[in-house]
Design a protein around this ligand. Structure first.
Ligand SMILES: [Fe+2]
Length: 265
């Protein structure tokens, strides 16, 4: 199984620029092309939230148009910039978006590694939360298949990464409960998230958390307690999660066309 994870596309209508700088809608097609060039062809593309910069029908129409170029089956997850209702309305054939108890949570059962997607959104806020309802859904799903390798995906990282302004809007509710639940299920190969627009790895609940960079702008790497909140135009990248030799291996792959590969001999 090869799963491509993209995150924080922040798509806007064509020509619009996030923060007056980033033409995000122009940066998704190269990301889709990078995924399409991977060999072998990946099985699935998971988009882990902040699909659009503002969760309105106009923005989702732009996303829908861009995703028509996707050569992989894709699944959508919400982030803090998304709107659940507008997302569902824009992708009516994605019936899994109807979710449970109003939340967009679902299981992907089609591959050797099971994927459980969580909804960490708090409408109108940047921070994330997992309430008892959402955690109970995860507990039920994990109890269904205790022996199956599993990825748990959510938008907000359930940890402090050291970038102060992002830590203030991380998963602020349900973090300890999620970690305890994961710790009881050693079949969870990985927790994956987005939101911080950087590649970050951390130990969590006896497994690893991998944070995915953005396909557009990256958050400035500033670990000072009073670090400035800002973004950079470092090369965007995506994560490739591959099931190799009985374990989940994660590769960070830069988006863009680069010289090579050159043969060694
Ligand atoms: Fe984002």
């Amino acid at each position: 199984m090869i799963l491509v994870q993209m995150s924080d596309m922040h798509v806007m209508p064509p020509g619009a620029r996030a923060y007056g700088v980033v033409e995000t809608s122009a940066m998704l097609p190269p990301a889709l092309a990078a995924a399409a060039r991977l060999t072998p062809h990946p099985d699935c593309l998971l988009l882990t939230g902040d699909l659009v910069d503002a969760g309105t029908p106009e923005f989702y129409a732009a996303l829908r148009t861009l995703l028509q170029q996707a050569t992989l089956p894709f699944r959508l997850m919400p982030g803090n910039h998304d709107g659940r209702d507008a997302l569902r309305a824009a992708f009516p054939e994605h019936t899994y978006l109807r979710g449970h108890d109003g939340y967009i949570q679902y299981a992907i059962e089609d591959y050797p590694v099971r994927i459980l997607a969580l909804d960490s959104v708090v409408p109108g806020e940047e921070r994330g939360a997992l309430c008892g309802t959402r955690l109970a859904w995860l507990a039920e799903r994990l109890a269904e298949a205790p022996g199956r390798p599993t990825i748990v995906a959510l938008h907000h990282p359930p940890f402090a990464c050291g970038i102060a302004h992002m830590d203030a809007m991380a998963l602020t509710e349900g973090r300890a409960e999620l970690e305890a639940l994961i710790a009881r299920h050693p079949n969870v190969e990985r927790v994956i998230c987005g939101h911080v627009h950087r590649a970050i790895t951390r130990r969590f609940g006896g497994t690893l958390v991998s944070c995915c960079p953005s396909t557009a702008h990256q958050i400035a790497l500033d670990l000072a307690p009073d670090g400035v909140a800002g973004f950079t135009m470092e090369p965007p990248s995506l994560l490739v999660h591959a099931w190799v030799d009985g374990a989940l291996v994660t590769h960070q792959a830069y988006i863009g066309e680069y010289p090579g590969p050159y043969p060694f001999g």
